[in-house]
Design a protein around this ligand. Structure first.
Ligand code: NAD
Length: 406
């Protein structure tokens, strides 16, 4: 497994070769403002005490409070959290929101915990970090394996400790408990708006054949939204593997199939695929929506998509980036493609601070032009610097952050 933070820094290196940025500014971006590691003791249901390792990385707050999700995963470690916090810094700047970059996590497989243990662990994370969090300081959100319910426990714990009643310290909360309408589908929908803005410029047809890796919040919502907009999802997978139907899959029925059988395989009128096969399937748009490092120099040469829309964070390694660039396969980078999630998180924060509640239509009406504007600015930068869209996005972000820091 490649070190994701090294990947992130390689991306930064490539960008500063294309455009001259101030040396001190670049040095500031080569490491986080602060990286915090905590031990969280949790009383387990059997009466024993177990210690979990947790993290919060505050990368850069030039544009506003640190913002970024909290990941619960058995493989989560500090380099992953640092990389994700760096990408959040870039992402918030690309999306044009007044937020900086941060990220958090706990090394844990949440499926091994009871609900009570999960709640005590989540509250424990807040108890250790309450001093550095706050609506104007650092605003966490959900990420892989963290849910609106977990955000509600955390928000409640923060209010108990500090007396803060705004509920603006955590986003991604449940509706009715300070959450925003539209946060669930926001990342998939934002990805669709970005794709739709760039589709014709990237030479894609009106009706695209789409392949999705991942069947979670992002992958599933994106699949449904693409279908609602006239495209077809020909293959989709979860961690155990995927299914293929060249005429398009019925995602609603597939969801029911997974609920009743526990897996995607064996779905009517479809062929089973491994995740490797899925990534190499011929299609117009390949959307990795699972985890990092899925497209590497091992399989990049075999990719047969016309365009890659990175809905996950860091799914394409820097080496694979080069291979795909040479093959002429454009990548719509994560920092643009999945920025709809953090943009609606920012809307939630704003609603909490103003004591407002916007309708889903208001949320989507605000999101759409922001995603379109970001996509077009990234595309223009790609042309201006004769480079790929990732570097185009990074240049846009670095210009915006540098303007605030110098
Ligand atoms: P999730 O936990 O809801 O879903 C992850 C999905 O990936 C699951 O269906 C899981 O089965 C699948 N998966 C795991 N390993 C896989 C593998 N090797 N091959 C294929 N599928 C695999 O997580 P999510 O919230 O949908 O996040 C997915 C990605 O999107 C992550 O990289 C996350 O950082 C990124 N992201 C999420 C949001 C958000 O709003 N949730 C916002 C921005 C970025």
């Amino acid at each position: 497994m490649q070190n994701p933070f090294q990947n992130a820094m390689e991306q930064l290196d490539k960008v500063i070769k294309l455009k001259n940025f101030d040396d001190e500014f670049v040095a500031r971006l080569q490491g986080p403002d602060r990286d915090i590691r905590i031990s969280i003791p949790v009383k387990m249901d059997d009466g024993s005490n177990k210690i979990f390792e947790g993290y919060r990385v505050e990368y850069n707050n030039a544009l506003g409070p640190y913002k970024g999700g909290i990941r619960y995963h058995q493989d989560t470690e500090i380099n992953e959290v640092k990389a994700l916090a760096f990408w959040m810094t870039i992402k918030c700047a690309v999306a044009g929101i007044p937020m900086g970059g941060g990220k958090g996590g706990i090394t844990v497989d949440p499926k091994t915990l009871s609900k009570g243990e999960l709640e005590r662990l989540s509250r424990g994370w807040v108890q250790k970090l309450a001093d550095v969090l706050g609506p104007k300081k650092d605003v966490p959100a959900p990420d892989v394996n963290t849910t609106p319910e977990i955000m509600d426990w955390m928000s409640d714990e923060y209010a108990k400790i500090t007396g803060d009643k705004t509920r603006a310290t955590f986003t991604g909360k449940p509706l009715g408990k300070g959450g925003s309408e539209g946060r669930g589908p926001a990342t998939g929908l934002g990805g669709f708006y970005v794709f739709d803005s760039l589709r014709a410029q990237l030479g894609l047809p009106n009706k695209c054949k789409v392949v999705v890796q991942g069947f979670g919040n992002v992958g599933l919502n994106a699949a449904q939204i693409f279908i609602q907009n006239g495209h077809s999802v020909v293959a989709i997978s979860d961690s155990k593997g995927g299914v293929y139907n060249g005429n398009g899959l019925d995602i609603k029925k597939l969801e029911e199939h997974k609920k009743s059988t526990g897996s995607l395989s064996g779905f009517t009128d479809s062929k089973n695929l491994t995740n490797e096969e899925l990534l190499e399937t011929e299609c117009d748009v390949l959307m990795p929506a699972a985890y990092e490092n899925q497209i590497t120099n091992q399989n990049a040469g075999k990719i047969r998509a016309k365009v890659i829309l990175e809905l996950a964070n860091g799914p394409v390694t820097p080496e694979a980036d080069e291979v795909l660039f040479k093959k002429g396969i454009p990548i719509i980078p994560d920092v643009l493609a999945n920025s709809g999630g953090v943009t609606v998180s920012y809307f939630e924060w704003e609603q909490n601070l103003k004591g407002e509640h916007w309708s889903e239509k208001e949320v989507f009406d605000k999101l759409h032009p922001m995603m379109h504007d970001a996509a077009q600015k990234v595309f223009e930068n790609g042309k201006k610097y004769s480079t790929d869209l990732r570097r185009g996005a990074f240049i846009l972000a670095l210009e915006r952050i540098e303007a605030k820091m110098l």
